[in-house]
Design a protein around this ligand. Sequence first.
Ligand code: ZN
Length: 576
Amino acid sequence: MNSGVGLQADGQSRERANRYSVTMGTLLALMLAGSLPDQAQLSRMIARFAPVELKVDLAGLSSGDRQALVKLIEASRIYDELYMRQLWSGNPALYAKLQQDTTPLGKTRLHCFWINKAPWSELDAHTAFLSGVPAKKPLGANFYPEDMTREQFEGWVKTLSAADRNKAEGFFTVIRRDSGKLTIIPYSREYGAELRRCADLLREAAKLTGNESLRRFLNSRADAFLSDDYYASDVAWMDLDAPIDVTIGPYETYTDELFGYKAAFEAYVSLRDEKETARLKYFADHLQDVENNLPIEPLYRNPKLGSLAPIRVVNEIFASGDGAHSVRSAAYNLPNDERVVKEKGSKRVMMKNIQEAKFRANLIPIAARVLAKSAQADLSFESFFTHIVAHEMSHGIGPHQIRVGGRDTTVRQELKELYSAIEEAKADVTGLFMLGYMADHGLKEAALAERPLYTTFLASTFRSVRFGIHEAHGRGMAMQLNYYLDHGAFHANADGTFTVDIPKMKAAVTSLTRELLTIEAHGDYAAARKMLETLAVLRPPVEAALKRLEDIPTDIEPIYTTADTLTHARKHPWAD
Ligand code: ZN
């Protein structure tokens, strides 16, 4: 699963899956009034995505890997149009038509279409911005016949053998009508031509690279494209250990809003960040030390932490398909195949340069408005990114398996629908606690100066809450924001800006870490609920500050400079 929620870029949900936008109200109202957006309005919609050039230094790559990289980018490019086809049956013809319109309005429409990979604006609850298309994205996308109802599918599935039912509900088939009757078509047939081209490019890349684990992944994935059996290649992906980090295939099921069964094609081609990889290891090596000193009753500490799920930090060179529309993923957790997860676990990939792009395009302008002038200089990407890493590490510590009333259970089971918001807030604050602990105990490689750390965190709470408090990350962040305000750790100034009180912040981080970890240790649903009900709200000073952020871009639009240069890509028509 993917995510991009800034400071708490994380697994369970992704920024793009939560469809709240600061400017949604106005644009949506405009569209629902029945008039399609004109050029100025389309331009405003596009401006919500700040263009950012992605340049990645390839100096460390062998010449074989450099040539392999070109093949991988070319293979990934196939996925943009493949994904458009998966999204809507009308997309290929519409895309071709839009490309022929070279008027300024035509180019703007094409640009907006390209951002969404569809004629519906994702940030505006998938509302149409072009004429002659359905008012909303079809829930089942192009995975099912557009006229098929949920009940029809369910009734039909009941008549199938167990094996066919698995296929009908599986990741890698589409459902079509054959003289009125529903039938199952495997991806290898439905998308045969594109997948064969893609497989050829992966095999060529496999011949060029000198890295054995990459070669094994590429060859097995090429086989999977033609056989629809992705298991072996998912396993090979878990074992991938190479300077080029590539994820390519049908993965996430968010596009299928009817059942969530069907996997959409996406690709990420990245380079491993060696410096961050070393730092991750440093964190991991000190995790037990932090656990042993968590501010909770000693009996709730875990004397022997299990091994952590692998985390990779990479820099994205190119993304496509389901990985390249609307709000961009800054991290993802894969694979989704439960058989592989059970056997090999899952892997988390964090894209450092995407985080940095979001930091520059979104967080710096937010900070310019919510931080007091004297605090501006303390905003730091180093702090921002290190806290994301600490957040991820913090999910691995604290109570998970617990005993409640003599029963063995888990925090997730006990906190039910409140679990995600509490666990995300816990990872944020325990991440701050961890960094404070490391600084205080001379663990230099992971330690950060306090003022930049807390000030950057303060600014980023606004970035997260801005995405809405109806989703776990935003909800958890609103709760923390109010907790720190109530404890005098954050201070609302008369001019509408905010500042941090460092000593009070340190104390509040420890007390909030204790409160949340204790709720988790007790599996205390009632306490979790009370805390969220009182604190996960928008109070007037915060609401007023959010209002002042409305015109700041919501996200980014990556321009793949390195990838485009390597593959001699043609410029987009709107980029002239
Ligand atoms: Zn998280």
